[in-house]
Design a protein around this ligand. Sequence first.
Ligand code: MRU
Length: 342
Amino acid sequence: MIETIQWTAEGVVMIDQTRIPAEETYVTCRDYRQVADAIRTMVIRGAPAIGVAAAMGVAIGVAGADTAAPLDAQVDAICAELAGTRPTAVNLFWAIDRMKKLYGQLRGKPYEEIRDALIREAILVREEDIAINKAIGQHGSSLIPDGATVLTHCNAGALATAGYGTALGVIRAAVESGKKVGVYADETRPFLQGARLTVWELQHDGIPATLITDNMAGHFLHAGKIACIVVGADRIAANGDVANKIGTYSVAVLAKENNVPFYVAAPISTLDLTLADGGGIPIEERGAGEVTHVFGVQVAPTGTDVRNPAFDVTPNRYVTAIITEKGVARAPYEQTLRDLAK
Ligand code: MRU
């Protein structure tokens, strides 16, 4: 099994996702600032994995607190630093809120008791995430036909979660149920999560994977080569609008045009029912260097103007179904998502 993130006696250990596939190396974060840096620099990425990292970040922050100074202010500073890392994946804020809430219940207890309870909670967030992904897989696997070629975008696999994956979890569960399934992986410019991470992960599990560049998806959808699409999500609004990796929207529109089902697999913690629709989802804009350079090699003239939104929003009308650990939601999402979240 791929170990994305673990709590150890030395610190929070993460597989370094900026180094895959060239190297399988691990980073040990010994304080909360290092955890925040790992999220910011995408050593760890993917909405559920970011959530687990944030929970562990709060725990390691409290474990390293100055016991002679008031804890409340330190907890606030730790949470603020972690919350400032990446804006789009709501799992980050969900995990910080969960840890803050527990801290609120423990306030006034001896420091050691608070510290140990927060560490236990962070470990639980990780364990629960793996179980949630397996449940998503169970609910989603029946949607994948035997013999299907499934298109996915970005990496919504074990590496994007504590293990097993959301979109790739659905594919894993279909394979485990005895179906023959192959995957077309969009390379996912500019950060290449599809080429680097999805293909690596699928090879690891012996699931047939074919790499395509993002602009080839329409060609293969039109040619009838893709049975369905399964992607993950970073934030889903109450009406079922889905924020996911940049390029997801184009794939969803192409899917509808070609009558191919477009499924989103995500845990309930990715729902943001405070937002009526996707218009309110903050979209992270990353540095120009990710676009002007491909892993250190300059591919555009010096001084080129660049835009680099890391996510886009797919309107609910393109989403065939949303697969969660509690079941599969279909339109009207205002109703079905609220029911599942209860
Ligand atoms: O920028 P990233 O790599 O963190 O973006 C990841 C994605 O967009 C994933 O598809 C999403 O977080 C779902 S992961 C199960």
